[in-house]
Design a protein around this ligand. Structure first.
Ligand code: GTP
Ligand code: MG
Length: 204
């Protein structure tokens, strides 16, 4: 897939009205600082379309990026930000659950996990919520440039075991720095967003 255009279309906060898009959506979920915004920038070949930061908790809204006028990449707020208060965490949970269950055009979710670390309790909860909302996420192991080749297989195993991923769940190592995995992810997105169109054509 060739990215021809990418713009920030809608920003939804905790108190915003629900967003009802007609075009398909692909969401990115994951802990704060795992690299969600960096993944979006790498996919669309832009340095700073999605704001990234060394400071965790940068994205606390649901940001909808319109790609090629044909689908949305949805940057979900990160979790596990240690400093955030209980009330903030509750707001976050409600926002995510409402989004996962409420979007009628969500095609699938990428769950991002830092390739260096064993998934934590929050990652397991996120994975469960995605499954409960009826999706089989694709797991993206981010920051793959930070480990060497010999560690790769082991870290993938750790992530699979810790989340109890069935074999059908795909796991893709990715690096925003080297762009490893970028083409594979773009191909998946293309499939996810076009599947429905094929189905719809059959109905006509
Ligand atoms: N080396 C390396 N650094 C990365 C990679 N992806 C992201 N980073 C760095 O990790 C930090 C956090 O990245 P973000 O993309 O802002 O993370 P996020 O998941 O959007 O974080 P929140 O918005 O807080 O939820 C930034 O300093 C990035 O430069 C990667 O593939 N390799
Ligand atoms: Mg972000």
């Amino acid at each position: 897939m060739i990215i021809k255009s990418a713009t920030l279309d809608t920003v939804a906060g905790y108190t915003s009205k629900p967003v009802y898009n007609k075009l398909p959506e692909i969401a990115l979920a994951g802990k704060s600082n795992v690299g969600k915004s960096s993944l979006i920038n790498a996919l669309v070949n832009r340095k700073a379309l999605a704001r990234t930061s060394g400071e965790p908790g940068k994205t606390q809204t649901i940001n909808y990026y319109l790609i090629n006028q044909s689908f949305f990449l949805v940057d979900l707020p990160g979790y596990g930000y240690a400093k955030s208060a209980q009330t903030e965490r509750e707001k976050w949970g409600m926002m995510i659950e409402r989004y996962l269950k409420g979007s009628a055009v969500l095609k699938n979710v990428f769950l991002l996990i830092d390739i260096r670390h064993e998934p934590g309790e929050n990652d397991r909860i996120m994975y469960r919520w995605i499954r409960e909302a009826g999706y089989e996420p694709v797991v993206i192991a981010t920051k793959a440039d930070k480990i060497n080749r010999s560690q790769l297989a082991k870290q993938i195993r750790v992530i699979r075991e810790s989340l109890s991923l069935p074999e059908t769940v795909q796991l893709i190592p990715f690096s925003a720095k080297t762009r490893q995995g970028r083409e594979e992810i773009l191909n998946m997105i293309e499939k996810m967003v076009t599947e429905e169109k094929e189905g719809a054509a059959e109905d006509e």
